[in-house]
Write a protein that binds this ligand. Structure first.
Ligand code: FMN
Length: 402
């Protein structure tokens, strides 16, 4: 994934230095060339040998070392970097860079580079919230430097709060995403995800097994590719991706109303949610009690919910609409029927009875069917890869329209 990319990892003197070794290991697994620059402070925590072994390259530390092959190290490093990541980034190094100080190899390389610069700050909460540090970060953001927000958690100093460096897995994901082409920029994509929930009384409800993973993966992929994303989500426990607008809803009617707010200004509507089709006709305002002296049954009358996809399919003008068909039998037939009835541009069909497909799974096996009846079946893929395939299709329809 990162083949032919050189990532310079600037390691500064914070206690989270040990996590930087994991970052190197993950980047190497993705075939990046990793060049590590350590500040003097960083070498107080971990020896360069660790990073040298992990990266397979000599660790750079000295600015005034002897010039080898007339190669001025800070200039050659700055030129060969596709991206410079500073992790952990101390308050000191952030401050120096924000104020134009280049008094060690790392700060000088950053000043001499035109590559994308990404900071993963790590520090005590009080330091992180210090207005001087905040101002320095704002100053750097304004000139296009990026920050991976630290997490809230238990810090090495024993305090609890904001300032814990983001996890290596998330930092590396951020780096990978930085190289993805922004081919959906200036497009507004509305995505529905997850189940809906229809109350019966204050403690009971009707729902389904949809986890929301597919819709959240599409939202992440779309945002990474530069789209403006509105994610309308039923109840899920998934952390939403960065940089999107999240609208949380409960019932199918709430979801319809939320889509209605954004549909007319969007370019694409992807309906990956599984809204509940029927709701109890009446919702009790108090808990329905178990009655001992009656028959052993509870009869609930359900009424039909609005069909969100069909509703917007009728109103569709220039929008691209994508739907999903999760079926247990007659997949192609039901999917094609749904595509026509709901006026979709294409439908993503999957047989939820197959292992590795459907609800709650991290993978899916999908068949994409378009308006003309063309069918493509894909092998088992993780949901982010499925999201990529779906958005590639969307992109090609958008290109044909323009
Ligand atoms: C045990 C210890 C832990 C430290 N942890 C951090 C930290 O997590 N974040 C930070 O900004 N500074 C931390 N510092 C302070 C920095 O090491 C100090 O500001 C140093 O000048 C940073 O230099 P550098 O930015 O050139 O690496 C720590 C210091 C010590 C002694």
């Amino acid at each position: 994934m990162l083949k032919d990319k050189t990532i310079i990892l600037g390691v500064t003197g914070g206690i989270a230095v040990y996590k930087a070794a994991d970052i190197v290991s993950r980047l190497k697994k993705l075939h990046a060339n990793v060049e590590v620059i350590m500040t003097e402070g960083a070498t107080e925590f971990v020896t360069p040998l660790t990073f040298q072994t992990m990266s397979g390259n000599v660790v750079h530390r000295e600015m005034f070392s002897e010039i080898i092959n007339y190669d001025v190290e800070h200039i050659s490093l700055a030129q060969k970097a596709d991206l410079i990541l500073i992790a952990p980034a101390t308050a000191n190094t952030i401050g120096k860079i924000a104020n134009g100080i280049a008094d060690n190899l790392l700060t000088t390389v950053i000043m001499a580079s035109t590559a994308k610069i990404v900071f993963a700050p790590a520090m005590n909460t009080k330091m992180y919230q210090n207005p001087i540090v905040k101002d320095n970060m704002e100053k750097l953001k304004k000139i296009g430097y990026s920050f991976i927000q630290p997490a809230v958690g238990m810090l090495a100093c024993g305090d609890y709060g904001e300032g814990k460096m983001a996890e290596p897995v998330d930092i590396v994901e951020y780096i990978v995403d930085s190289f993805i082409k922004k081919d959906l920029s200036e497009k507004k994509i509305v995505i529905t995800a997850g189940p809906t929930m229809e109350p019966l009384d204050p403690v009971r409800y009707m729902t389904n097994h949809s986890s929301g993973k597919m819709g959240y993966s599409i939202a992440k992929e779309a945002a990474t590719r530069g789209a403006e994303v509105v994610l309308i989500s039923g109840p899920t426990s998934i952390t939403p991706p960065r940089g999107i607008e999240l609208i949380k809803v409960k019932t199918t009617e709430d979801m319809l109303n939320a889509v209605d707010k954004y549909f007319h200004s969007c370019d694409v509507l992807i309906k990956s949610a599984a809204p509940v089709d029927y709701r109890p006709e009446t919702v009790s305002s108090t808990k329905i009690k178990k009655k001992e002296n009656e028959k052993d049954e509870l009869i609930i009358k359900y009424v039909k919910n609005p069909d969100i996809a069909a509703h917007f399919g009728k109103q569709k003008k220039n929008q691209i609409m994508v739907g999903f068909a999760a079926e247990t039998n007659n997949l192609d037939e039901y999917a094609m029927e749904k595509l026509k009835k709901k006026n979709l541009d294409f439908i993503v069909a999957n047989d939820v009875t197959k292992e590795g497909a459907g609800f709650n799974s991290d993978t899916n096996i999908v068949t994409i069917i378009d308006k003309e009846g063309n069918k493509n079946t894909y092998p088992m893929m993780n949901k982010r890869e499925v999201a990529k395939v779906i958005l590639d299709r969307v992109k090609s329809i958008l290109d044909d329209k323009s």
